[in-house]
Design a protein around this ligand. Structure first.
Ligand code: HEC
Length: 130
């Protein structure tokens, strides 16, 4: 009996097709900056936990929605916010200034304090994996 090559061909096609998608999900360059600022290891579960934690009825999900791969809606203005997951929005986390500006503003508004470099690295890693 001749070996059936169909599975390997399908696999090959899948690998070829996933090429560009995977490139878009490369960890953001900004993580390198956090490493230079002293972050040794990232804790992806901690990133997830921070994202979903609620302080005084405020959470990152208040504006960004429960599913980072879907668009969110600003809790105050009602404006749509594009998905945070890198898999759904390749334009995310490309500009260091933008990332820092929003981390500062949103951590303060949501958690009532600034996020540490470690926390930002954890959250960024988690969002990038989504
Ligand atoms: C009050 C609404 C609101 C809340 C709550 C909120 N965000 Fe945001 N966030 C925004 C808006 C608006 C933007 C900018 C618009 C955009 O990038 O689509 C943004 C952008 C960001 C960005 C920049 C993304 C990029 O592409 O560079 C990061 C990082 C971010 N938020 C993290 C968080 C984290 C972490 C929390 C929870 C601690 C949080 N946000 C909670 C409204 C919010």
């Amino acid at each position: 009996m001749k070996p059936d090559l169909t599975p390997s061909i399908c696999l090959l096609i899948a690998v070829v097709l996933s090429g560009p998608a995977r490139a878009a999900q490369d960890p953001p360059r900004h993580l390198q900056t956090y490493r230079q600022q002293g972050v040794d290891q990232v804790d992806i579960q901690n990133g997830r936990q921070l994202w979903y934690s609620t302080v005084n009825q405020r959470s990152c999900t208040s504006c960004h929605g429960d599913n980072p791969a879907k668009a969110g809606k600003h809790v105050k203005t009602g404006k749509a916010i594009q998905p945070m997951a890198l898999s759904a929005n390749a334009e995310r986390f490309q500009d260091a200034k933008k990332i820092e500006k929003w981390f500062l503003r949103n951590c303060k508004w949501t958690l009532g304090r600034e996020c540490s470099t470690q926390e930002k690295a954890d959250i960024l890693t988690w969002l990038s994996s989504q």
